[in-house]
Structures are given as structure tokens and as C-alpha cells.
Ligand binder design. Sequence first.
Ligand SMILES: CC(C)(COP(=O)(O)OP(=O)(O)OC[C@H]1O[C@@H](n2cnc3c(N)ncnc32)[C@H](O)[C@@H]1OP(=O)(O)O)[C@@H](O)C(=O)NCCC(=O)NCCS
Length: 151
Amino acid sequence: MTLNIRPATVEDAPALCDVNLRSIREICGKDYPPDRLDTWCANKVPGNYLKWLADPKLRLYAGERDGRVAGVGLLDVNGWIFLLYVEPEALGSGLGKALLAHMEQEARAMGLGRLQLKSTITARDFYARQGYEDLGPTGDEIPSFRMEKAL
Ligand SMILES: CC(C)(COP(=O)(O)OP(=O)(O)OC[C@H]1O[C@@H](n2cnc3c(N)ncnc32)[C@H](O)[C@@H]1OP(=O)(O)O)[C@@H](O)C(=O)NCCC(=O)NCCS
């Protein structure tokens, strides 16, 4: 199995959207009620990935597993990770860790001293293992946790 992380392209938008939606519904679905999943998925349409690609403040990444898009990452140049999702078939493959390490490396190269994110209930332990400090619930409509890591 080969893993590869690269900048996303316009052609990736439908695949990134599909991976993101399946990750939310099929992986996070065990931790959230259906109405919350609907709210969460509402902005996951291919056009928004194109918008994020064109935004100079954002960096969108595609995670490939054996040459196929199987993960998505979105980094904000101000030090926020906005998206990190893998498709259900890629769970436990190391792709999530590889995408996160790539975004951390990019953030360091931008001169950022720390990264912040809002973790799902589902990914909280994953981020803790990668060195992120849990700062507690965000209080958002979709329950999540503020986490951060010094780079
Ligand atoms: C979080 C996520 C991206 C991790 O991706 P992944 O490819 O399954 O994770 P990896 O295989 O790279 O795992 C890396 C390490 O974290 C551990 N890990 C992965 N998921 C974990 C979890 N839910 N709880 C605890 N540990 C976890 C793995 O065992 C592995 O440990 P190791 O480095 O000691 O071997 C993936 O589970 C996912 O897409 N979840 C649903 C979407 C989500 O909640 N995203 C977060 C948005 S903020």
C-alpha cells in the first residue's frame, strides 16, 4: 500500500467531497445524531472545494492511497486545520496521520508556531496521540473540542 499527500487540484473536487461526506456519515455517524450530520454535511458540495482551492488563505490537500483519493485536509494560513477526513476503507491505514504530519510540516514552513483545530468526538483520541492538547468543548451546535499543538 502506498500513501501520498499532495496539493489538491480542481479535478479532485468531486472525489474530495465524496470522501468527506462518507467520512462524516459512515465514521462520525456513530458519535452524532442524524440531524447533526445533516447540518455538518450541508456545505460539503464540490463547488465549495473549488472555492477553498481558490482562496489564497487556504491550502487544500488530497491524500492518496494506492493512487486513489482517499483523504482530504484543509489548512488555513493563520494556523487552523479546518478539515481532516479519510474514507471508511482507509481507516487505520496511516493516511490520517500522514495528512496531519504534512499539514504540520507546511505550517512550520509558513513560520507558524502552533496549530489549532476543532476536533470531532470521533477524532479526539487520534489528535491526542499526535500531541494535541485538549482544551475542552467548543460549545458549538455540532459538539466538538478545541485542541492545539505547539509546532
Ligand atoms: C481521524 C482520522 C482522520 C484518522 O485517520 P486514520 O487514517 O484512521 O488514522 P491513522 O491510521 O493515521 O492512525 C494514526 C494513529 O492514530 C491512532 N488512531 C486513529 N484513529 C484513532 C481514534 N479514533 N482513536 C484513537 N487512536 C486513533 C492509530 O491507532 C494510529 O496510532 P499509531 O500511530 O500509534 O499507530 C480518521 O479516523 C477519520 O477520518 N475520522 C472521521 C473524521 C473525523 O472525525 N475527522 C476529524 C475532523 S476534526
